[in-house]
Ligand binder design. Sequence first.
Ligand SMILES: Cc1ncc(C[n+]2csc(CCOP(=O)(O)OP(=O)(O)O)c2C)c(N)n1
Ligand SMILES: [Mg+2]
Length: 354
Amino acid sequence: MAKAKKESGAAVADPACAPEWTELLRQMIFIRRFEEATENAFRRGKIGGYLHVYIGQEAVASGIVSALQPGDAVFCGYRDHAQALALGSDPGRVMAELYGKRTGISKGKGGSMHLFDVEHGLYGGYGIVGGHLTLAAGAAYSFRYRETDNIAVCYFGDGAMNIGSFHEAMNMAGLWGHQGMCPIIFVIENNGYAMGTSIERHSALTDLAARVRAYDIPGEKVDGQDLFAVRGVADRVVRQVRETGKPYCIEAVTYRFSGHGAADILQPYRSKEEVEKHRHRDPIGILRARLGEVCGLTHADVKAMEEWAAEEVAKAVKFAEESDPPAASELFDDVIAEHGPRPVAESDYESEHE
Ligand SMILES: Cc1ncc(C[n+]2csc(CCOP(=O)(O)OP(=O)(O)O)c2C)c(N)n1
Ligand SMILES: [Mg+2]
């Protein structure tokens, strides 16, 4: 999974058919099969808590994550499996987390909504809608404060823009950006719904990038179903944000093919016809067709990817099933940081306030 990321250069939609695009198709197929397996496991009672899958939105995770460099930090909401996999987290450990097993990437205590893997650049997985936006802005500030050239990427849904912390985060990011102190890309995953409420019913202004511009943060819309389009914007914006330290917003217009969460089966808020219409714009289908037309990708090539993905997902499921849950004695571990934050030495204080 990390392969696509490591091979990434400054490539954009590439008529020369660099192997990276095929690798990203493979990644998106893998994410799709992984998500289908999680839905299946949830129905069989293997996954407790709750589960939100990324089916239909894959290009938004793969297109942006593949443009990042090591040390960058990705924050997301609870729909976080795709970002973890795109960043290169071990699929077996991601699945084990969903199963609540101790081998999971959050030791089995976070579950689907709270994946965390700093080694690969994933700073969470958050279940409180919009709660992570302020954390991500703070992380971006800290990158500049510590004089690194890393950036933060913060994914959130259209619905998250209606909560107070969205406005707090945008205001601080806009202000810090004036000093070049907030290298962050806010990625709106505009899938048209917040649970069962359509965007027309939940947002007074439906041009979401415009709402972010109100905080002096420029932005643009992109077709979130087209990997080439997403990656094209990401390459340019990642470079710009890294250079300037100023925040930017990408509104990726996308659609979720599954229900809001695994329990949203009837989906009374949208018609079957509507879902069907969007399925014609499947990000995997679009990329596959493009690589077929332009680069001669064959059915056999895709079949091989599908087989590989099925095998890898089966291995991840097996690993999760065979792992143990955390022991009762571990219940209170990792609740409070053992050493706490580093105490400020008097000498630090003096040098900062002289
Ligand atoms: C603070 C808070 N309020 C309400 C909820 C319940 N809730 C869970 S998901 C959701 C909708 C979020 O929609 P959106 O941000 O568009 O993300 P999507 O599910 O579409 O990816 C709500 C209201 C919550 N988890 N946290
Ligand atoms: Mg939404």
